[in-house]
Design a protein around this ligand. Sequence first.
Ligand SMILES: Cc1cc2nc3c(=O)[nH]c(=O)nc-3n(C[C@H](O)[C@H](O)[C@H](O)COP(=O)(O)OP(=O)(O)OC[C@H]3O[C@@H](n4cnc5c(N)ncnc54)[C@H](O)[C@@H]3O)c2cc1C
Length: 322
Amino acid sequence: MRVLILCEHDGQGLRLGSRSALTFANAVAESTGGSVECLLLGHSLATVALDAAAHAPVLVADHPALLNPLADRYAKVIAAAVRQSGCELVVAAATTFAKDILPRAAGLLGGAMASEVIGHEFRGDQLCFRRPLFAGAVVATVALHGKPQIVTIRPSAYAPANARAQLGAITGLVVEEATLPTQAEFEALHSKLSNRPDVTEARIVVSGGRGIKNSEDFERLVGGLADKLHAATGCSRALVDAGITPNAFQVGQTGKVVAPELYIALGISGAVQHLAGMKNSKTIVAINNNPDAPIFEVADYGLVGDVYELVPQWIAKLNAPP
Ligand SMILES: Cc1cc2nc3c(=O)[nH]c(=O)nc-3n(C[C@H](O)[C@H](O)[C@H](O)COP(=O)(O)OP(=O)(O)OC[C@H]3O[C@@H](n4cnc5c(N)ncnc54)[C@H](O)[C@@H]3O)c2cc1C
């Protein structure tokens, strides 16, 4: 199968999720005697293209009109690249970027799409995808009929691919600005600079729930512990709804899906919608003052107590000289 990966980047290199998509794509290509190519969109992409070429040959759509990821024009360029390359499977990481853009490209291509894939298998010649439904309560195995097949994979389900010894070829695509849609216009990007890693890419995530009373306490307890552990900060929806934390921190069914090495849940009850976003973490630690909180059913280590007492003690221990 010829596989094309829509790669997400930060202007310098590939995002970790795209490297997980590469692992999935490499596995499919290997099983089918196929090949893998990366697709990059944006402007001034020389550095990113080199990074991507360390994994596979790269198609680059580099144009000032693609500087910002506007879904309508990105979808059009992707659809053209897919037709030109003749690929049979289009893959991206299941991130906000791909969720906005890829279904539009699928619509333009008339292909068949499966999102949030967490595993795959072959039944005869048929490639089948496993994807969670009903907040992870069931896992469906689906086959796609129609061409091309288009999937997003959950980065937590596939380890990031490592660079290869040989660089792949970098090929520029022609972008004709006059043919791009103009219904959407880029106005501004509001982003908060943070020294902490992104919650979807971090090895350790420290998350706070309604047990944390306000933003100052969140920063002191959740942020303070996260900084000691070089971790990302996450939260339950309760804190987002209360305006204590930004939406980007939310872990769960309607937030980010994470599977870090270590997930620390502070004052989070463990509602099924929260578990849907973190229950595949390798090790789960929970602190909760209610011994019957459902989070303890998925936790590897649980501490019954007050986060306001225990977290400062934990931070103090980490501050103490060894
Ligand atoms: C369609 C839908 C989608 C949803 N999507 C999401 C989602 O993506 N993510 C998400 O998180 N939720 C989601 N929710 C909401 C979810 O159902 C829960 O309401 C939410 O997860 C609860 O957050 P919480 O655990 O922080 O709060 P609570 O359930 O109120 O739990 C707070 C916990 O903190 C403990 N606690 C209180 N004080 C302390 C203290 N001082 N020390 C220690 N422990 C303490 C309490 O014992 C309790 O267990 C969704 C709901 C719906 C209906």
